[in-house]
Design a binder for this molecule. Structure first.
Ligand code: C2O
Length: 533
């Protein structure tokens, strides 16, 4: 493959949204940042120069980083941050991957505005497994706060309470007209009788989003850079960190149609923060009146979400066969949840915490990957439990025991070990779904359900034939999702909720995968410009 060179200048830029302006951290002064294009098996080199007062790292979400964990990007997991004035070049190959991914800052809450698309085209001469679209459009969904995002989370962490929700969602950086600020939103210009591929990316910090186009159906062909059997749908659900490529056929001759993005939440916290809008604009019809969706936002969003997510199937052709592990070396059960613990300095006397298997993860002061590589003692332990420390039984009510411990505990895997991981949501405070992201792997989503996972009955219903491959899976509120993967990538790999507030509260852990015996089964040495802590 080719080498693709990019330069990311991390700079502050003033931006005007919701009829007020504020400074935001950006890449190259753009929000969203530049799209990275590559082809399968190319090498990507991105030189990141930090011109802001914050520490920065960039993560290439969904890129497997085979043997190149040093380029993965999560701060204090695989690298020390790029400090103000410093430079680091991320150098990685996109081996055996093609499709839509995203990149984003992976430190503090900088991801709010430091993000963009990463599009990997098939190898030259290799067609898509669906009719070639007339045009491709990248659509990045995000959130906008009127105030400074870092201040929002700092304040919340001091008080122990939940942070303020955003003031708007955005579609390619614009909310569309909202009350008291009737500004135009993003316009998607199309010609009639054509098929467009929309590469939809959810870069929002804290909200899964439904995406709809009035009077047009969408055909999903790819999620998280893996092909799926074409799925026709009215609405797409895309969680933070997830991507969905969908075909849209312009089967009207004229008109203006509303594109809507609305949150998936059974009980919206802030009713003003409901919808972002954009316009699908047929050529020559800018004077036409806008057609809004005829169906209102779903009442039982959980049901709509489960039906959509549960319908995705791997394309599973001979070209991209599913290789679902059938024999398990590790069978893990991880509870994911939100709880509270006493807090003397908090105004309410309690602090919100989040955990996996009752352990709220503590970020180390130095990078775990370096500690692993150089065998530095005292940075982490490898005793992360295979099942919850406190026995869990979902009853639909808040469990009596909300104890969480804290620690920097990892789960160790030998090279090529097979893993089944059942993620069980404990639904402790509010109904919500957790988009759980595993770095370094694509996993097979073999099963999901509501209520308690049943270790005897549920595995009998697993799809081991054509389960969708993903890097981020929504674990349903009060339910579970089962994934399988093979530990064929040495390094330290973060697993966390991609709702940034939950990660901040501690809903995260990491796997450490040892080197294999073979010549190409070990982590490569660190690059010479790797930042130091
Ligand atoms: Cu897209 Cu660890 O994140």
């Amino acid at each position: 493959g080719m080498v693709r060179h990019y330069k990311f200048n991390v700079v502050v830029k003033r931006a005007d949204r919701l009829c007020s302006t504020k400074p935001i951290v950006t890449v190259n002064g753009r929000f969203p940042g530049p799209t990275i294009y590559a082809r399968e098996d190319d090498t990507v080199r991105v030189k990141v120069v930090n011109h802001v007062r914050y520490n920065v790292t960039i993560h290439w979400h969904g890129v497997r980083q085979l043997r190149t964990a040093w380029a993965d990007g999560p701060a204090y997991i695989t690298q020390c941050p790029i400090q103000p004035g410093q430079v680091y070049t991320y150098n990685f190959a996109v081996t055996g991957q093609r499709g839509t991914l995203l990149w984003h800052a992976h430190i503090l809450w900088l991801r709010a505005t430091v993000h963009g698309a990463l599009v990997i085209l098939p190898r030259r001469g290799v067609p898509y497994p669906f009719p070639k679209p007339h045009k491709e459009k990248v659509i990045v969904l995000a959130e906008w706060w009127k105030s400074d995002v870092e201040a929002v989370i700092d304040e919340a962490m001091k008080s122990g309470a939940a942070p303020n929700v955003s003031d708007a969602y955005t579609i390619n950086s614009h909310p569309g007209p909202v009350a008291n600020c009737p500004k135009d939103g993003y316009k998607l210009a199309v010609r009639p009788g054509k098929t467009y591929m929309l590469r939809i990316i959810n870069a929002a910090l804290n909200e899964e989003l439904f995406f709809k186009v009035a009077c047009h159906q969408l055909t999903v062909v790819e999620v998280d850079a893996t092909y799926v059997k074409p799925l026709r749908t009215d609405a797409i659900l895309v969680g933070p960190g997830q991507t969905t490529a969908a075909l849209l056929t312009t089967n009207h001759s004229t008109g203006k149609y509303l594109i809507t993005v609305s949150p998936f939440m059974d009980a919206p916290i802030d009713v003003n923060n409901i919808t972002a809008t954009a316009t699908l604009l047929y050529s020559g019809t800018s004077k036409a009146s806008l057609v809004a969706p005829t169906t209102p936002p779903p009442k039982n969003a959980t049901w709509v979400a489960e039906r959509f997510v549960g319908s995705l199937r791997s394309l599973n052709t001979n070209t991209y066969p599913a290789r679902v592990p059938l024999e398990m070396d590790h069978s893990l059960l991880f509870t994911v949840g939100i709880g509270v613990k006493p807090c003397a300095t908090c105004p309410s006397g309690i602090r919100v915490v989040a955990d996996i298997n009752n352990i709220s993860f503590v970020m180390p002061k130095t990078a775990l990957l370096s500690a692993h590589y150089y065998k530095t003692p005292g940075v982490f332990t490898d005793d992360f439990p295979a099942k919850p420390l406190i026995e869990f039984n979902y009853t639909g009510k808040q469990p009596a025991n909300l104890n969480t411990m804290s620690g920097t505990r990892l789960y160790r895997l030998t090279y090529n070990a097979t893993v089944q991981l059942v993620l069980q949501d404990t639904g402790m405070i509010a109904p919500e779904s957790h988009p759980i992201h595993l770095h370094g792997f694509n996993f097979f989503a073999v099963g999901r359900g509501l209520g308690n996972f049943d270790p005897v009955k549920d595995p009998r219903k697993f799809n081991l034939v054509d389960p969708v491959e993903r890097n981020t899976i929504g674990v349903p509120s009060g339910g579970w999702a089962a994934i399988r993967f093979r530990a064929d990538n040495p390094g330290v790999w973060f697993l966390h909720c991609h709702l940034e507030v939950h990660t901040t509260w501690g809903l995260k852990m990491a796997f450490v995968v040892d080197d294999g015996e073979g010549p190409d089964q070990s982590l490569l040495p660190p690059p010479s410009d790797l930042p130091k802590c």
